[in-house]
Design a protein around this ligand. Sequence first.
Ligand SMILES: C[S@@+](CC[C@H](N)C(=O)[O-])C[C@H]1O[C@@H](n2cnc3c(N)ncnc32)[C@H](O)[C@@H]1O
Length: 288
Amino acid sequence: MSTKHVSVLVNEVAEWLNNLQNGGICVDCTVGGGGHSREILQRYQQVRLIGLDRDTNALKIAEENLKDFGKRVALFHANFAEIEDVLDSHNISDVNAIIADIGMSSFQLEDEGRGFSFEKDGPLDMRMGLNEKSAYDVINEYSTEKLADVIYEYGEERFSRRIARVIAERRPLNTTFELRDAVVSAIPLKFRRGWKKNVVRVFQAIRIEVNGELENLKKMIDSSKNKLGVEGRIAIISFHSLEDRIVKRKFLEEGFLPLTKKPVTPSTEEIMRNPRARSAKLRVAKRV
Ligand SMILES: C[S@@+](CC[C@H](N)C(=O)[O-])C[C@H]1O[C@@H](n2cnc3c(N)ncnc32)[C@H](O)[C@@H]1O
């Protein structure tokens, strides 16, 4: 299981964080399989790394993959929105770099029991951590209107109202395949050939809602400015336009100096090797 997640823009992240060449502390907010962390630890040998993840399974994989680095690594089970509390509770004031590679890992997507993928039948769960609500609650308990808004806003799905209506008619829905089938039958016949894209957008929207992903991202950027030392850098990889827009705007609002004028994107060679990389966008900024 631990070899399946291929990290995105690894060299680019490490290169942009070259302020770590004189050592310091780097926080990887989404340590996941440990791919970015490993590269940083190998490249910058004086660095100590703090890894966070809200998913305990991810932390187990990271622990295994980073064990060679011994005491240079400390891993914590936490939502990155709480980065400030985690660092405060370990008496860590200024850090030199913060990384976040948001979204899901391949381990999560391929875990049938978690219901993230429309290609595997599983329960309507989609929780990345210890959230209170699951996809089941969103799908079965939200009003039709609220569900349509979630699908429209977080999925940017044009048939959101029709989809929410069909879901409401078929409630209770229990499985990912039931959700997928409801979405497909809500798409007008002449657009149905491209159903996969609609389904991907609906699953994305529900996942964002379940995990409060956009709120967490905003909070993390807010808190990062209190924890990054002067000249410290923050590097964020996002996978869809909603997130990228938040990163771009928040960097400016919080007074960071953007170092990447346009987002850095993967090379054609990387996309060929790892198709999941195709929508990745990296933005880097520093505290001044
Ligand atoms: C794309 S993976 C990271 C992969 C990692 N960079 C690597 O190279 O192996 C994203 C990870 O972020 C975690 N995650 C997502 N949202 C989070 C949040 N709000 N707080 C902490 N971890 C989060 C997920 O559980 C997942 O393990």
